[in-house]
Design a protein around this ligand. Sequence first.
Ligand SMILES: [Zn+2]
Length: 266
Amino acid sequence: MPGAVDVLATWEAGTTAGAAERTLLLHALARPRAGVADLKATAVGQRDAELFALRGALFGDRMEVVVGCPDCGEKLEFELGVRALLGDRAHQIPDGPGSSERDGSSELDGSSDPHAPQVLHVDEGSWSVDFHSPTAADLEAVSGIGDADAARKALLARIVIRAERSGRKIDASRIPAPVQQAIASAAAVADPAADVRLAMQCPECSQKISAELDISEYLWRELDVWARAILSDIHLLASCYGWSEDQILALSPQRRRYYVERCVDG
Ligand SMILES: [Zn+2]
């Protein structure tokens, strides 16, 4: 599990970054020994599963989510469990609350999972296609394309490894819609955490709501609140006891809380 120093450094680097860069920073925190190229070559669902696991390690299993009803504006609040969301990937989440260990090691990195997206295959009518699940690099490459149709074609060109119709090789740009659909479905099955959707019904207006849970955005907001609180604690304890930032960050959260309370109480 990353220590307070590493988490704070991630927050500092991300304060001036855009959403994609923040996601990459959080992913690097989840898998500290991986290089940027490896992180970007990870299937987005696998990456998001690692971000959910990081969230569980830093802030615990329970997530509170607020979704606004698009119809009547009612705010729906509910709780989710990281383990329940991750299913059989949950074993990657180490137990225990956040602490200030500073060895930089990560329990998330302990599996033999090669992280790289596997080669997938669909047969649809006379078509036969090999492809891989979209990675962070794939999504980044097409993110600037405004036209949805052009973006889908560009993504297809990146993820398709081989496309054949009746045994003849065909360019990925000529794959018809039903085959594209089959590719999307197979990718979703292989990489389920890529699109975590929350399905619910509004208690006010009965509208059915399907909301996407963006774990990167969610975790960033939590990290921001945590970082600002810990910087306040550092300010208070440094003023009160004359300790350095390093010394204060090396304290366990429990001890830090205790000394903060003593300072506040006088
Ligand atoms: Zn509603």
